[in-house]
Structures are given as C-alpha cells and as structure tokens.
Design a protein around this ligand. Structure first.
Ligand code: PLP
Length: 360
C-alpha cells in the first residue's frame, strides 16, 4: 500500500521494528538514554541550540502548548493565516482567552508582508505573531524567513506551526529567529502519531515566565525540569520514542541538505506529473509545497470517487480537500519516507484511475 496523505506517513521497516520492543520503566536509566539521545538528535534536525521538548500528544497539542506557555488571557496576538491550519492556530489562542487579530489571506495565496507590517506598526500592543510554515490544507509553503524578518523588526514573539515541514523543508529555527516551532511525529519523521516536538527560544522562555494562561500537562517548565533528570513529566509514548530514536539516525545519516533536496525533487515530479495529466495546482505555484501537492479537481473529477478508485484498485491512498476545499481539490502527500519511484507509481495509478472518476 502507498500511503500518500500528508500524515500519517509510511514508517520504514527500522521504525516498525523498533516499536516492537518490550516496554521499559519510563523513570529508569534506559529511558533516560533514549530521551537524551532523541532530544540531542532533534536539536540537530531542528537546527537549533535552544531547548527542544518531546511532548506526548498530537501536533495540535504542541500548538496549544506554544500558546499556553507564552501568553496570558487578554494578550493581543496577530494571526497570519492562509488556510485551515492557520485558522486552527488562531482558534486555539482565542479559546484560551487571547485577543486575536486575524489577518486572513485567501487560501492558497501568498501572505502580504506589507499588510503584516502595517498591522504590527498600527498596534504596538500586539505581543505575538502566529504563523504556519507549511499550510498542509492548501499545499503551500509560506516564506517564513520573510515573515520572521517583519515580525522581528517589531521585536514580537513568533510562534510557528511547522508540523508538516520541519525535517523536510529547510527551516533553520535559530537563524530565522523563531521562538516556538512545532512539529508532529507522524509527518516528516517516519514514525507513528503520538509525539509533538517543540523548540523553545530564550525569548519564548522570557514570555513563559510572565505567561498566565492556565496550563498543566503542557507546562514547558515541568518538561525542562524533568528532562534534566532524563524523564518526561508524564508517561511518554515510549514506543514512538523507540522508533524516533531510530529514524533520527536515518535522517542525520542522509543529511538535512540531502533530505531537503530529495523532497524538492519529488515535489517537482509530483507537480509536473499532475500538470501533464491536465490539472492545475491549487496554490500559487511559486509557493507550492515540497511535502504536499494540492491539485484543483476543476469540476472534471469527482474527488471522493478518485480517492476510492485509487484505494480499491491501485492500493494508493491520497487525501481530499479540507473544509471549504472538500470536493474541490485532492492532495498527495510526499514527506518523510518517500522516493522518486514512489511518487512515479502514484502518478501512474492516478493516470489509470482518472477515467473512472470523471464527472459525467
Ligand atoms: C497535521 C497538521 C496539524 C495537526 O496535527 P495533528 O497531529 O493532527 O494534531 C497542524 N498543522 C499542520 C500544518 C499540519 O500539517
């Protein structure tokens, strides 16, 4: 089976094998070794010298952790959004009592940096900016480096959802001055769902010291204290740690630059492939993501039928559109464990399935 949705992604054999191991005491020396080793290797993959925590939960839990650890109820927050996950980040902040200013751009369209700058200039009380690096719902990668440059001109806190890009698309966390960056184990990391991984900068710690949003499970201070003892505050998803310790070795062995180049190559094959089948891309092409390709169904194709035919007749699983894009686009995930041959076979299956999914 070819699982080509933007997460969960396929786990290589080493990852699956590692998970078959017997449980261990999460308060013992053996787990401490694994926690320390995954944390150190993640710091390399994250390109940061700051703190990195592995939190048991899904990516959304990591987003909530970023909010509750750095903000207080009533804080003004600027949400820069052009898709479903950008809106989720804003919803989480609002749900916890932040006053969210929503700078919403059209889904699939680039963020207008001038608008970001104007908003930050007009309202000096804004404390933090929420941004999405790779907007999985629209198959688009935002220019985070440029967004960060504007945010940092005003010295604001920058919280980044990089759940579907970190480890696949270059995001040098320290160089780009990102304060909290979130990813999830089931995206580029070649392990099952179960862990959210977050980086925390010095500026984020300063915000944390004053942040008053209620928190317990996600408290970064607790995570830091326990990490010093080689533990997590709560029982961790031990099996996912086994797997991640293994796939991080694969990742560091392949090398970050090689991984980024592989994702770029494969994404280019995916984009060329769907275009040669007569489709257009949903996002602005210059911003098309290297981890997920979103394709306009263009009233020609019944998306749910296409997904069904691919699954039943070709053993290929792709994703449809989310929310207002349901039925309008389909999405091919190509992140983590993926090769050129994988994506070529997906494209071949797509070309065979298309006639059966044409709208009459
Ligand atoms: C997958 C994803 C999420 C949600 O992660 P969960 O692990 O499903 O909670 C959030 N943001 C982006 C950009 C994603 O791709």
């Amino acid at each position: 089976m070819q699982l080509r949705i933007p997460g969960p992604t396929p786990c290589p054999p080493q990852s699956l094998q590692a998970m078959g191991r017997q449980m261990i005491n999460h308060r013992g020396g053996e787990f401490a070794k694994i926690l320390n080793s995954t944390t150190e290797k993640l710091k390399q993959a994250f390109q940061t010298k700051g703190d990195v925590f592995l939190l048991t939960g899904s990516g959304t839990g990591g987003m909530e952790a970023a909010i509750v650890n750095t903000l207080s109820p009533g804080d003004k927050v600027l949400s820069v959004s052009n898709g479903a996950f950008g809106e989720r980040f804003a919803d989480i902040a609002e749900g916890h009592g932040a006053e969210v200013i929503r700078l919403n751009f059209e889904w699939g369209k680039a963020v207008d940096l001038d608008a970001v700058e104007k908003t930050l200039k007009a309202d000096g009380d804004i404390k933090a900016v929420l941004a999405t690096h790779n907007e999985t719902s629209t198959g688009m990668t935002n220019r985070l480096k440029d967004i960060s440059a504007v945010v940092k001109k005003f010295d604001k806190l920058l919280l980044v959802d990089a759940i579907s890009s970190l480890g696949c698309i270059n995001l040098p966390i320290d160089d780009w001055n990102c304060d909290v960056v979130i990813t999830g184990s089931q995206k580029g990391w070649m392990v099952p769902p179960g862990l959210a991984m977050v980086s925390v900068s010095e500026k984020a710690w300063q915000a944390h010291a004053k942040a008053k949003m209620p928190r317990y499970y996600w408290d970064f201070s607790k995570a830091k204290d326990f990490l010093q003892k080689g533990q997590t505050p709560w029982t961790p998803a031990i099996s996912i740690f086994y797997a991640l310790d293994t796939t991080l070795d694969l990742i560091l062995k392949e090398g970050l630059d090689n991984i980024f180049a592989r994702h770029a190559r494969i994404a280019q094959i995916a984009r060329n492939g769907v275009k040669s089948l007569g489709f257009s891309l949903f996002p602005e092409e210059d911003y098309a993501s290297d981890t997920v390709t979103a394709v306009n169904a263009m009233d020609k194709i019944d998306v749910s039928k296409l997904i069904q035919v691919l699954r039943e007749e070709h053993d290929v699983v792709i994703a449809g559109g989310q929310r207002k894009l349901a039925g309008k686009i389909f999405r091919i995930g190509h992140l983590g464990s993926v090769s050129e041959d994988d994506i070529k076979s997906v494209l071949e299956a797509l070309s065979k399935a298309l006639p059966k999914a044409k709208k009459s």
